[in-house]
Design a protein around this ligand. Structure first.
Ligand SMILES: NC(=O)c1ccc[n+]([C@@H]2O[C@H](COP(=O)([O-])OP(=O)(O)OC[C@H]3O[C@@H](n4cnc5c(N)ncnc54)[C@H](O)[C@@H]3O)[C@@H](O)[C@H]2O)c1
Length: 419
């Protein structure tokens, strides 16, 4: 049996990989981080966390048993290796190039008895059809006997103070019993509860079910919000009352669209897989249509609200409050705010933004003016709230005479226009 220098190697140190590395180091495992971005590696080794969920202090503490590198050869020194690299869409298609590149780095440095776990979100079949063939090709070792493989979906929810990596049940799987037993023993050291599923395809599908469920339900409430507006019904009053039902109902909020890496992207991975058997996921397609139409709906409401005060969109000054895709984080990936800004710019509105977490923003090659919270907002025709960052509660909206359009259902201002 080999002697490994590190209990764990984490490939890809982002929103998923870094919390795993830090939590594992806190659980007294020795951890090696591997990332192709040397800037990120340097930042992390210097104790600067690139993500909000891990503070610099937390990272600093973990560094006693966590070291990062951009040298893939060190992966041969890790007993377990978790791959958490991006799985984006490119030209609306699943892009597994990062998983393939990670599998190459791991495969070229694979040694017998290592345990490889994929955590990137992907379509069912990726572990068996993409990861293992690459690992075997680059290592000339056999999965299931020379080395062990499994899949475990990540459930990290950036910004969630209650459900963190450790207390969120972890779904795990292995390609055979030996792999599963080893993977189970590993995760039991770092999370409170593991949930075993029978195969890697089921584990891959769990993640897609969870996110498709959210996608579809958000689309339902977005559609109802648009219909309620036409019927002069207050959707927020309806949702808040419905959610008092203690059983059989889970509330979802309308909003300006869906963002982040998961909700807009994962259902596409599911559709991609089912199209291979000639079947669309009809719920997903409808949900995509509705959620993707929300930015244009928001802009049409902006236009109406300006018109109601004898103003027009062209040359109106609009301050966007919040461009990240969710509250209190900096991630703008797939954020509907970006689409809304683009549409407003196309219609020649003068847009600025304020987001405490986002330093700068470029839309369609144009750098967007960043406002400060201390600024007097009276110059603006409209304040458009797209992300309910906690810091916005410091703004005294009630004394402002601008139009305030809140697409988020926050309680920053009582008398305002809502989605
Ligand atoms: N962000 C979330 O909330 C979340 C939640 C659950 C699951 N996921 C999934 O987890 C995976 C990772 O997402 P993320 O948000 O952590 O991504 P991220 O962009 O925050 O981080 C990915 C990291 O991987 C690095 N990387 C890219 N290619 C690499 C390679 N070949 N080898 C080593 N490092 C490489 C990048 O430099 C980056 O630091 C994705 O599949 C995503 O869908 C994300």
């Amino acid at each position: 049996m080999n002697k490994f220098d590190y209990n764990l190697g984490v490939v890809g140190l982002g929103y998923v990989g870094l919390p795993l590395a830090v939590e594992s180091a806190n659980s007294k495992l020795s951890v090696l981080g591997f990332d192709t971005s040397s800037n990120r590696v340097e930042e992390i080794n210097n104790g600067h966390s690139p993500i909000e969920d891990i503070s610099d202090d937390e990272l600093e503490n973990a560094l006693n048993s966590f070291f990062s590198t951009d040298d893939p050869t060190l992966l041969s020194k890790c007993h377990h290796i978790v791959i958490s690299v991006p799985t984006p869409l490119t030209d609306y298609q699943p892009d597994l190039s990062y998983v393939e590149a990670a599998a190459k780095s791991v495969g070229e440095n694979l040694v017998p008895n290592q345990i490889i776990i994929l955590e990137s979100t992907t379509y069912p079949g990726t572990t068996l059809e993409v990861l293992i063939p690459n690992l075997e090709k680059y290592s000339s070792l056999k999965a299931g006997s020379d080395f062990y493989v499994g899949y475990s979906p990540e459930r990290i929810d950036p910004g969630n103070e209650e459900w963190k990596f450790k207390n969120t049940p972890k779904v795990i799987s292995g390609i055979n019993e030996e792999s599963l037993n080893k993977i189970k023993s590993f995760y039991e050291q770092i999370v409170d509860e593991v949930v075993v599923v029978k195969g890697t395809k089921e584990a891959e599908m769990v993640k897609l079910l969870e996110n498709t469920y959210r996608h579809v339900n958000i689309a339902l409430i977005n559609e109802l919000a648009m219909l309620c507006k036409m019927l002069d019904i207050d959707i927020w009053e309806v949702v808040n009352a419905a959610k008092t039902k203690p059983f059989g109902f889970q509330s979802f909020k309308p909003g300006p669209g869906v963002g982040g890496h998961c909700i807009p992207v994962d259902p596409e991975y599911l559709s991609f897989k089912t199209r291979q058997i000639g079947k669309p996921v009809r719920f997903v397609e409808l949900a995509q249509e509705i959620n993707n139409s929300m930015p244009a709906y928001v802009v049409s409401r902006v236009n109406e609200l300006l018109n109601s005060q004898d103003k027009i969109l062209r040359n109106s000054k609009i301050l966007i409050l919040g461009v990240a895709y969710k509250k209190d984080i900096s991630d703008t990936r797939e954020s509907p705010s970006l689409d809304i800004l683009e549409l407003l710019i196309e219609k020649n509105a003068e847009v600025s933004f304020y987001d405490p977490f986002v330093k700068e923003l470029t839309i369609a090659g144009q750098s967007i003016n960043k406002e400060s919270l201390s600024k007097n907002f009276h110059d603006y025709d409209m304040l458009l709230i797209l992300t309910p960052h906690t810091e916005f509660s410091e703004i005294d909206f009630e004394i402002l005479n601008n139009i305030v359009f809140d697409t988020t259902g926050s309680n920053f201002i009582k008398s305002t226009e809502r989605i």
